[in-house]
Design a protein around this ligand. Structure first.
Ligand code: FA5
Length: 339
C-alpha cells in the first residue's frame, strides 16, 4: 500500500489528484484507518507493533502528500508568472489626459482674481426656493420683472434658480457685520426657459458678486469690473456701463466689454458696435438690504452677475454658446492648458 501510494503521489499532476489520494488512503474509510480501527481485535502484545507500523506508514504518506502538493503549487505559480510576464521594454499605450472644461477654466480665473481681492467664494443650491430666487430680491409674486427670467418651476414655490443672486440673499441674511464687510462671489449653474441660439442657452453659468459695507459707491463697482475685464481679456480692454433695470439694484447698469483689436475671430460675437454685453450690475436696493435684516441707512453695496459663457465666447472668439455643451473633444482640446 505504501509503495503504491507513494508512487501514485509522485506521479500526481495536479492538486485535485493529490486530494483524491489523501481521501482514498488516509480518509475515514481508507485502509489505514481500517487497520487502526481493527486493532481492538488484536491480541494485546501485537497492538503496539501494528499501531506504530500503521502510524509510520500514515505519516510517510501524509508527508509525501504535503511535499508533492507544495511542489505542484510552486510549479503552478512559476507557470502563471511565466504566462503573465510583462515586457517592460515594449512601448507603452499613451493615457489620454483630460483637462478642465473651458468654462471651468474661466470660472477658475475669476475665482482666483476675487480671492486675491479678499472675497469669499460661496455655493448655493441650484434647486431653489421662489423666496430666495425672487422675493428676497425685491421681486414679489406677480411682479412684471419676473418675465425677464422665464422660469422652470418644480412646484409653486420651488424652482430651478434663474440667477445666482439668491446666493447673495442667503449670504446677506447670515452675515455678521461686526466681523467686517461682506465680500463674496458665487459661481454656478442657472436655468431659464430661453430658446437655445448662438448666444442663449437654457442652462448656463453665472458668477454673482456682492460687496456690502459702509461708504461703498458706484465708483467701487466700476473699478472692480474694470479690473475683472482687464484680468480676463487683457489690459487694453475697457468697460462701459449703460443704464438698465434690475429690481434688486438701484441704480442698475448693463456692462459691456470692448472688443479690442476687432478683426480677429472675437468680432463675430461683438458684431459692429465694438462692445459686447457681459453682465448686469448695480447698487443693492434698500429693500433687499432691509429684507436681509441690514440697515440701509448704515450699509450699502454693489452687486453684479456675469455670464462666464459669454465671457468665454469673448475671450476665445467662440461664435456659438452651444459649442460649450456639445462636448466635442476636438473643440474642447483647443483650450488645453498644457501650453
Ligand atoms: C441677471 O441674471 C442678474 N441676476 C444679474 C445681476 C446680479 C444684476 C446682481 C444686478 C446685480 P441677466 O438676466 O442680465 O441678469 O443675466 C446676467 C448675465 O447672464 C448676462 O449679462 C449674460 O452674460 C448671461 N445670460 C443671461 N441669459 C443667458 C442665456 N440664456 N444664455 C447665456 N448667458 C446668459
Amino acid at each position: 500500500l505504501k509503495e503504491n501510494s507513494l508512487s501514485e503521489i509522485k506521479s500526481a499532476s495536479d492538486t485535485k489528484k493529490i486530494n483524491d489520494i489523501r481521501v482514498h488512503v488516509l480518509g475515514k474509510k481508507g485502509p489505514i484507518t481500517e487497520v487502526l480501527r481493527g486493532m481492538r481485535d488484536l491480541p494485546a502484545d501485537e497492538r503496539p507493533k501494528v499501531g506504530s507500523f500503521a502510524n509510520k506508514v500514515r505519516d510517510e504518506i501524509s508527508e509525501a502528500i504535503t511535499q508533492r502538493r507544495d511542489e505542484l503549487e510552486i510549479a503552478k505559480t512559476a507557470d502563471k508568472l511565466e504566462q503573465e510576464k510583462i515586457d517592460v521594454t515594449l512601448p507603452g499605450v499613451p493615457v489620454k489626459q483630460g483637462q478642465p472644461h473651458v468654462l471651468e477654466q474661466v470660472i477658475d480665473q475669476i475665482e482666483k482674481l476675487f480671492l486675491g481681492m479678499g472675497y469669499q467664494v460661496v455655493d448655493g443650491p441650484e434647486v431653489e426656493e421662489d423666496h430666495y430666487n425672487f422675493e428676497m430680491l425685491n421681486l414679489p409674486k406677480d411682479h412684471p420683472a419676473r418675465d425677464m427670467q422665464d422660469t422652470f418651476y418644480i412646484t409653486n414655490s420651488i424652482l430651478m434658480r434663474t440667477q445666482t443672486s439668491p446666493v447673495q440673499a442667503r449670504t446677506m441674511e447670515k452675515h455678521d457685520f461686526s466681523q467686517g464687510p461682506l465680500k463674496m462671489i458665487s459661481p454656478g449653474k442657472v436655468y431659464r426657459r430661453d430658446t437655445d441660439d448662438a448666444t442663449h442657452s437654457h442652462q448656463f453659468h453665472q458668477v454673482e458678486g456682492l460687496v456690502i459695507d459702509k461708504h461703498i459707491t458706484m465708483a467701487d463697482l466700476k473699478g472692480t469690473l474694470q479690473q475683472l475685464a482687464k484680468n480676463l481679456f487683457g489690459e487694453e480692454r475697457e468697460i462701459r456701463m449703460r443704464p438698465s433695470y434690475f429690481p434688486f439694484t438701484e441704480p442698475s447698469a448693463e456692462v459691456d466689454v470692448s472688443c479690442f483689436k476687432c478683426g480677429g475671430k472675437g468680432c463675430a460675437v461683438c458684431k459692429y458696435t465694438g462692445w459686447i454685453e457681459t453682465l448686469g450690475a448695480g447698487m443693492v436696493h434698500p429693500n433687499v438690504l432691509k429684507m436681509a435684516g441690514i440697515d440701509p441707512e448704515i450699509y450699502g453695496g454693489f452687486a453684479f452677475g456675469l455670464g462666464p459663457d459669454r465671457f468665454a465666447m469673448l475671450k476665445y472668439g467662440v461664435n456659438d454658446i452651444r459649442e460649450f455643451y456639445l462636448n466635442d473633444v476636438r473643440f474642447l482640446e483647443q483650450f488645453s492648458q498644457k501650453g
